[in-house]
Every structure is written in C-alpha cells, then in structure tokens.
Design a protein around this ligand. Structure first.
Ligand SMILES: [Mg+2]
Length: 262
C-alpha cells in the first residue's frame, strides 16, 4: 500500500500532527536510555506545535515521564505506553489501568522467566510489561512463548510485537484508540491528521488515520498500511525541518509576531 512518491504538501494550520518517537524522531540505540532527539528537531517540533495551535502529540510505547524528558521543552498532548497513559491538550491525564493482582503476578513471573535468557530483560512500565531481546536476538520465540502464556491466562492483556521486543499491554489500548481520542478533542478536532511511525505498534495508528482520510507515513522497511514512506530517521528530520521552515516564514509574515514561534 505504501507509495514511493513524495509526501503531499501539508498546511499545518489545518493539520493535526502525531509522531512516534523511537525509530521515527530518534535513532534506535542498543539501550533505550541512550536514545535522544536532536536539539534542532525538538525546536522544530515546538514550532510545529505553535503553528498547529497545539494539535501535535507524541504517540509512543514509552511512559509519559520518559517522553517528557526526551522531548523537553516540548510538553503538550502525549500518549504513552501505546495509549494506556494519555495527557490531553488541557493537561488532563487519562489512564487505562490493569488490575493490581494481574500486575503483581506479571512482575514476579515475567522477571523470573526472562532472566534465564542471556541478553534479555523485562521492563516494568506500570501498565505494560516489555520483554526486550535486542541483546539476545536469538530468543524471539522464547520471549513470545512467555508472553503468549500470560495472554491466554488473562483476557485483560494483549500482545504487542515490536523491534526486538514483545510486550504485554491492556487489551483495550492501542495507538489507533489514542489518536481517535485526541481527534475528538480541541484543538485536534476537524483537522486533517498525519501520523509518522516505524514499527508494528504504529499500524493501529495508521489504520485509524487512513479511516479519517489523513496522511500516514511509514519510516523504514516492512509491510504497512501507511500510504507514504520515508527511508529513515534522518529523512524524518529533514522533512520536519523543511515544513517547520516553510510554515515559520509564512506564520511570521501573517501573524506579524516572531515571538510566538520558538
Ligand atoms: Mg517506533
């Protein structure tokens, strides 16, 4: 479904922008804590946020607290843990919470099961549990089997596969639902949505944006329902800088105020 032709021109004043983070705004590193978004890209995102009147949100598998640290000084609407946590444009927080008894069992059992495999570790995100195997790349099947066992046991859970990660998250949560929630609220409502992502977790977001007749952009290789394509994080950066530059000029000219744009 992906087209090789270039992304259509967009008018930011009529667009709602949604961005995945790891593998989209930031290069993937061997350890998640080494990941960073370059300063000029964070500044450009702030510019885009001002020009879209705040209709810009990060949509990620990371918790909101990590996303705020990664993207500062940007601190607007955001969905973390694939949408289990969401901060709307008014700053109100919305949570989907797993039952405490399930979380207690998962914490204990997943940690024990995963620790047997060299290079693998369990990340406790509070409302989701990620089994990472980036440093133990041969253990995909084993991580999947551990996670599938818990999904069979608890219907409240769903599997989310990603790049060298198998995740257990609340069944009602995905990036499509998070985007749908934003699109029903001010300042997103009525705008043309755009979403850029690189991984399997972004496909639910692409489906929702395609349904809303928006613009979907897949970063890197892999099957996708997204309609446009960028090769890698560097191409995403170039595209963001170019639209920020184009719109900044126009915005300053029309608003007669440089101070409104970062
Ligand atoms: Mg990603």
């Amino acid at each position: 479904m992906t087209q090789n032709c270039s992304i259509p021109p967009i008018l930011l004043t009529n667009t709602a922008c949604f961005f995945d983070v790891d593998g989209t705004l930031a290069k993937i590193k061997m350890r998640p804590e080494w990941v960073m978004i370059p300063k000029d890209i964070k500044q450009a995102l702030c510019t885009l946020s001002v020009i879209t009147n705040g209709a810009l949100a990060l949509i990620s598998g990371r918790p909101i607290v990590e996303l705020d640290n990664l993207s500062a000084p940007l601190c607007g609407p955001v969905a973390g843990i694939h949408g289990a946590e969401r901060r709307d444009a008014q700053g109100k927080l919305h949570y989907v919470i797993l039952p405490m008894n399930i979380k207690t069992v998962l914490r204990q059992e997943l940690k024990k099961s995963v620790s047997v495999f060299s290079g693998c570790h369990m990340e406790d995100k509070g409302e989701a549990f990620a089994l990472h195997y980036r440093q133990g790349k041969n253990y995909h099947k084993q991580m999947l089997a551990i996670a599938e066992e818990q999904v069979k046991r608890y219907p409240e859970l769903a599997l989310q596969l990603g790049k060298y990660v198998v995740e257990l998250k609340p069944a009602s949560v995905n990036k499509g639902v998070a985007i749908s929630n934003f699109m029903q609220e001010t300042p997103f409502i009525g705008r043309i949505p755009l979403f850029i992502g690189d991984d399997l977790t972004d496909e639910a977001g692409f489906k929702e944006i395609n349904r809303l007749q928006g613009i979907t952009i897949k970063v890197g290789p892999g099957n996708t329902v997204a309609r446009y394509h960028l090769n890698d994080v560097e191409h995403v950066h170039k595209w963001i800088l170019s639209i920020a530059k184009q719109h900044k000029k126009h915005f300053i000219k029309t608003k007669h105020s440089v101070l409104e744009v970062v």
